[in-house]
Design a protein around this ligand. Structure first.
Ligand code: NAP
Length: 288
C-alpha cells in the first residue's frame, strides 16, 4: 500500500462537495470527485488547486445502482491493490412542498437521492474501504435533527440518514472503521436556487385551496431560499470538519457546522421539548 490516501466525494460538481474535493486535494489527498456530466468532469479537473494532486472525476449517479457499481470498478482499477481511505456521501437535493400535497414520486425522489443513494454508495465502496479500515462521512443537515415546515421530505431523508449512520457506525466498528455525520446549518450553495426551482414546479401541482391553506409557510420558505445569502456560511466551513473527520486520530461522530446549527441543535438536545421547539420555530419563521 502506498502512503497516498484516496477519498471519494460524491456530488463534487458544485457547492459543498466541490469545496470538500478541492480542500482535500490541497491537503495532498488523492480525491475522486463524482460528477454527472463530462462538462462537470472537465471543470473539476480544472478546479484542482495549484500544486495539489489532480482531482479525478468519476461519473456516478447515486440513483442508479449500475452507475455506482461501475464507478467502484473504475476506482478499483485506479487504486490497484490499494484501498479507499474515505467515502464522503455528500450528493443531495432538497424537494420542498407541503407534505399534504407532495406528489409521491417527488417524495420518493427525495428519499432515493438523499438516503438510498447513500446506501448504494456504502454497499459499492465498502470492499475498497475495508482494505484500509477507512472512514465514511455522511453529509446530513441541521434538518437531520430539527424539521422545518415545507421541507418535511428533506427532513425525513436527513433524519433517516442520521439513523443509517448510527447503525452503520456500530456495524463497521467490527472492521475498526469510523462513521461521522456532518450537520451543516445554512450554507451558501446552488442548492437554494435548485430547491426553489423544483418547489415552483411542484407548487403547480398543489390545488388552489392547498396554496391558500399553506400560503404563509410557502411564502416564508420561498423567502428563505431567496434571502439566505447574508446568513449562509461558506462551504469551506463544511470542508474543514470533513477533513477533520477523515484525518483526525479520533474523529467525532457528529459535527455541527455554522452558528445556526450549533445553537439550534444544542437547544434541541438539551433544553427544549418538542412543543417549545415548535413555538421557537414558528416565532422565528413569523408563523401564527
Ligand atoms: P448543491 O450545490 O446543489 O450540490 C449538490 C451536489 O449533489 C451536486 O454535485 C449534484 O450534482 C449532486 N447530485 C444531486 N443529485 C445527484 C445524483 N442523483 N447523483 C449524484 N450526484 C447528485 O448543494 P449543496 O448545498 O452543496 O449540498 C450538498 C449536501 O449538503 C447535500 O447532501 C445537502 O443536503 C447538504 N446540506 C446543504 C446545506 C446548505 O445550506 N447548502 C445545509 C445542510 C446540508 P449535479 O450538479 O450533477 O446535479
Amino acid at each position: 500500500m502506498t502512503n497516498t490516501r484516496s477519498v471519494l466525494v460524491t456530488g463534487a460538481s458544485t457547492g459543498i462537495g466541490h469545496a470538500i474535493a478541492t480542500d482535500l486535494a490541497m491537503a495532498g489527498i488523492r480525491v475522486f470527485g463524482s460528477v454527472r456530466s463530462q462538462q462537470d468532469a472537465d471543470a473539476l479537473v480544472a478546479a484542482t488547486p495549484t500544486g495539489a494532486p489532480t482531482i479525478i472525476p468519476v461519473l456516478l449517479d447515486v440513483q442508479d445502482t449500475a452507475s455506482v457499481r461501475a464507478a467502484a470498478d473504475t476506482i478499483e482499477q485506479q487504486l490497484g491493490t490499494d484501498g479507499l481511505w474515505g467515502l464522503v456521501n455528500n450528493a443531495g437535493i432538497s424537494v420542498a412542498s407541503p407534505l399534504e400535497y407532495i406528489p409521491e414520486d417527488a417524495f420518493q425522489l427525495q428519499m432515493d437521492v438523499n438516503l438510498t443513494g447513500v446506501l448504494r454508495c456504502v454497499q459499492a465502496f465498502l470492499p475498497l474501504l475495508k482494505r484500509t479500515s477507512g472512514r465514511v462521512v455522511n453529509i446530513s443537515s441541521i434538518s437531520g435533527r430539527v424539521a422545518f415546515p415545507m421541507i418535511g421530505a428533506y427532513a425525513t431523508s436527513k433524519y433517516a440518514l442520521e439513523g443509517l449512520s448510527d447503525a452503520l457506525r456500530l456495524e463497521l466498528g467490527v472492521h475498526g472503521m469510523e462513521v461521522s455525520v456532518v450537520q451543516p446549518g445554512s450554507i451558501a450553495t446552488p442548492i437554494w436556487e435548485r430547491s426553489r426551482a423544483r418547489a415552483t414546479e411542484l407548487l403547480t401541482q398543489v390545488p388552489e385551496h392547498g396554496i391558500t391553506e399553506y400560503r404563509q409557510m410557502i411564502d416564508q420558505a420561498v423567502g428563505t431560499t431567496e434571502n439566505h445569502g447574508e446568513e449562509a456560511g461558506d462551504p469551506q466551513l463544511v470542508a474543514n470538519v470533513v477533513r477533520h473527520a477523515l484525518t483526525a486520530k479520533r474523529p467525532r461522530t457528529r459535527y455541527q457546522v455554522g452558528k445556526d446549527a450549533k445553537i439550534l441543535l444544542f437547544l434541541r438536545r438539551w433544553l427544549l421539548s418538542d412543543r417549545r421547539l415548535d413555538k421557537l420555530i414558528r416565532r422565528n419563521l413569523g408563523l401564527h
